[in-house]
Ligand binder design. Sequence first.
Ligand SMILES: O=P(O)(O)OC[C@H]1O[C@](O)(COP(=O)(O)O)[C@@H](O)[C@@H]1O
Ligand SMILES: [Mn+2]
Length: 663
Amino acid sequence: MSYEDKDLKYLELLSTQYPTIASACKEIINLKAILNLPKGTEHFLTDIHGEYEAFNHVLKNGSGVIKQKINDIFGNTLSQKDIKSLSTLIYYPEQKLEIILKEEQNIEDWYKITLYRLIEICRYVSSKYTRSKVRKALPVDFSYIIEELLHEQSDRLDKEEYYSEIIKTIISIGRAKEFIIALSKLIQRLVIDRLHIIGDIYDRGPGAHLIMDTLIKYHSVDIQWGNHDIVWMGAAAGSEACIANVLRISCRYANLDTIEDGYGINILPLATFAMEYYQDDECLAFMPKVVGNNNANEKDAKLIAKMHKAIAIIQFKLEGEIIKRRPYFNMDDRLLLEKIDYKEGFITLEGKRYKLKDTHFPTIDPYNPYQLIPEEKELIERLKSSFLNSEKLQSHVRFLFSNGSMYLKYNSNLLYHGCIPLNKDKTFKKVKLDATGKEYSGKNLLDRLDVLVREAYFHNTNPEAKLYGMDIIWYLWNGSDSPLYGKDKMAVFERYFIDDKETHLEKKYYYYEIIDEKVCNMIFEDFGLDPKSSHIINGHVPVRIKKGESPIKANGKLLVIDGGFSKAYQAHTGIAGYTLIYNSYGLLLVSHVPFESTLKAIEEEKDILSTYVILEQEAERKRVKDTDIGKKLSAQIRDLEMLLDAYQKGLIKEKRLTKQEIS
Ligand SMILES: O=P(O)(O)OC[C@H]1O[C@](O)(COP(=O)(O)O)[C@@H](O)[C@@H]1O
Ligand SMILES: [Mn+2]
């Protein structure tokens, strides 16, 4: 090897971490061992839409993987009933233990048997990791004991005795309950090495804030922003149009839990305003949707309908302002308030007149329809201040920034929520994002948008850049060239005010029509991925399995995994969500049937039934060395080998501590 000065400088620095030949050698051996381990398992979920209970369950049951593992180990020795109970215990240890402690006659025996079984499962699911990785996952209180039990040596003569002594001690000092909880959580954690969320955590269902709490605590996760996440990020940044949108959707689904309980945002000002301006208006088109058991009582529903209409009108006005100040968004056709004939109660769209279902617009001045009345202005200011001051919302959104992005390249897969803008002729569509007329397409477009989104939130010293970023976020929520949206319009106004369904139609982007293997390859090349081994993973568009649609597209190069966690969409998809799993053996797609409730899952041991389809099987088991992390580790090994060489040649001297330094 020959060294340049800068190599030596770098090696000198590295030598502070590995000061001796022995320490460098040890690390090389460690890293090489890791490279040969099987690749960690990745789970991909998308379009969770506030369905906290179902989401939580599939995290806890590893999308069905935990039960499979139990079957692998105990399938021949335990009854299905016992397997069910053991699984439920692992998913919900605290709650299940409470029930068992009340019912079980001989609890000592039960503890003993259960602890043995849990340790067996732990050993099985941890076998593909290094000791050090497992150690890092162990709860501090029990780390020593668990390690001892997992790696207990088979050649120990008094093996059985040693083992049962430890278990007896745990029981006798009254720590069995905590120990079972710790082992269960360890199993949950070890079956999923990395979690990817392909967007749309928010809206429709009641528990987006709870999902965020779970994700923040999760050991390893990344998020690709969906249009329903970005609109909340815009709201948290202070975009008034985004705030109006998230409030409108919360009213539409009678789901104010996230806003009020989750984020402590006071909606009383909206209720008071709505009561004043829409008091004698039944707001029938704005009655909240009834999905699952979200239904508010009748009185609440009537009030929510008024709030719903009030905020929708404010939204249309605020959006009009954005469209006017950003002509390059090309959204003039969405300036609808000026297309209304307020006297006759009609609207003209693309030359056709449609009768409005509702003509009561007490806050709209027909000559200046986008102007907020002072009370609306004051209301949106107050709401904005609540959004900006909600610590919880701000911490969730900061997490979306730190762990999220427009897209992600991970182990040769390309992950993004919606689409890449394309032309009809299957080339990348060039999109103008600002007044300079500069065009962006493909990866460049997504990279640029990623920067602008961050500026909306973080660029507090430059109000102009911040406002522009916030408008871009709003565009990403519903603009036609938005990679997160990808439809020609969002027909919100039409769905509330016009009966004729043809006006509700939202035309999907060419992407969804024309994407085939060739287009995928073009995308892979643009993103610097190898077309031979890569996949695109999308969410956003529910796969209508009932109508014969398939999640596997473009000859297996594109996987669309929105299976409908959202209860509102299960009637369309026919299932209740997908999990894509990428383990060392290949890719498999798991489809879930609807989840009933956490209570039933615990009390009646009702698990989600999941069906597995193998999409791709590796000829040879994938190892860490074949992954992105593996590439980084290999580079580290090369550096360490250089350091070793430099030590051996005397170019760098070993740093042995003097006796004085040691003491
Ligand atoms: O069914 P809802 O909740 O009214 O929402 C319909 C709207 O949601 C959208 O489908 C966007 O949400 P998704 O990203 O979940 O598809 C719009 O295209 C449509 O206007
Ligand atoms: Mn979406």
